[in-house]
Design a protein around this ligand. Structure first.
Ligand SMILES: [Zn+2]
Length: 309
């Protein structure tokens, strides 16, 4: 029984504080995971302010976003250009890689990708990927072996641009099984390892779920005979929710589960499903999210979970 553990690192603060915390926690529990780094400028403050619409404000209050992300993130990139994470914090990315974790590309500029992907043409997308790959190559001496788009914002142009790079796999969507994406009837070679579980901010404060029962809720969603892929955030589970996440890892391991990097879930000889990547709305997240077309990804509410058990 395995859980693929994916750690998204969106910000300067998450890289600087959350990643070392998580590396220590994972080492304490003999776990290797996949880290996806944002390596260009940290402009995430712009993203958070731009979303100050009623729905987002409600989410801010429900999930205590300022606590979650820290005020420095809320302001980052709003008054002055954000720092280039891969230059300033290169040694943290290197030490994560040297600790034996899988290290992949999340973004050059998380904010730009999440906000403008709908309007980007192929060249812009390829250029953003290229910039990210170059930073990795400079600091690790090799390109990243995998990638995961910010905010699950992927489309066919992104898939085609990624196929020009040497990624062993990508993790760009929500879904239920590992598959090869299909565009206009043509199968692409880089498999997709979809995320099967919700993130903390999608769940907390909804359907009565609090920090007291979050771990039990997440555990109830694991399926022993199916693909399990969990995304955590360096900014959240690596900082404010670190102790809660430690408890989740330890109690889940005690139940016989092991946590692995996403690359370990790929059996090279296996025949994967074929599917398209489509846009859908999911619980707890603003706007559209890329989903595996032949899956019915979404998570049950806590009342449904309680009814079942
Ligand atoms: Zn992200």
């Amino acid at each position: 029984m395995q859980v693929g553990l994916r750690i998204d690192v969106d910000t300067f603060r998450g890289t600087q504080l959350g990643v070392p915390n998580l590396c220590k926690l994972l080492s304490d529990n003999s776990i290797k995971a996949s880290f996806f780094f944002s390596v260009g400028p940290d402009n995430m403050g712009r993203h958070l302010w731009r979303l100050l619409r009623p729905a987002f404000l409600k989410k801010m209050l429900l999930s205590k976003a300022a606590n979650l992300y820290g005020w420095d993130i809320l302001l980052r990139g709003t008054l002055w250009p954000g720092p280039v994470i891969g230059e300033r914090l290169a040694e943290i990315i290197v030490s994560t890689f040297e600790a034996g974790h899988e290290v992949g590309l999340h973004a050059w500029d998380h904010y730009t990708w999440q906000t403008h992907i709908d309007k980007m043409n192929f060249d812009t997308i390829e250029n953003l990927l290229q910039k990210g790959v170059e930073v990795f190559t400079k600091i690790l001496g090799r390109p990243p072996s995998c990638s995961a788009v910010p905010g699950w914002k992927c489309n066919d142009k992104v898939l085609l641009a990624k196929s020009r790079f040497d990624f062993d796999y990508n993790s760009d969507c929500r879904g239920e099984s590992i598959f090869r994406p299909v565009i206009d009837g043509k199968e692409l070679s880089q498999p997709q390892v979809p995320v099967t579980l919700p993130t903390y901010d999608e769940v907390i404060g909804r359907h009565g779920i609090t920090d007291d029962d979050y771990n039990a809720f997440l555990f109830s969603l694991l399926k022993p005979t199916r693909l399990n892929v969990l995304t955590i955030h360096a900014e959240v589970e690596g900082i404010v929710c670190l102790e809660m996440f430690r408890l989740f890892l330890e109690t889940t391991q005690a139940q016989g589960w092991s946590f692995v990097p996403l690359g370990k879930l790929l059996d090279k000889s296996a025949e994967f499903d074929q599917a398209a990547i489509v846009c859908r709305k999911i619980h707890g997240r603003e706007g559209w999210v890329s989903c595996q077309s032949n899956s019915s990804y979404d998570f049950p509410t806590i009342s449904q979970t309680l009814e079942r058990s």
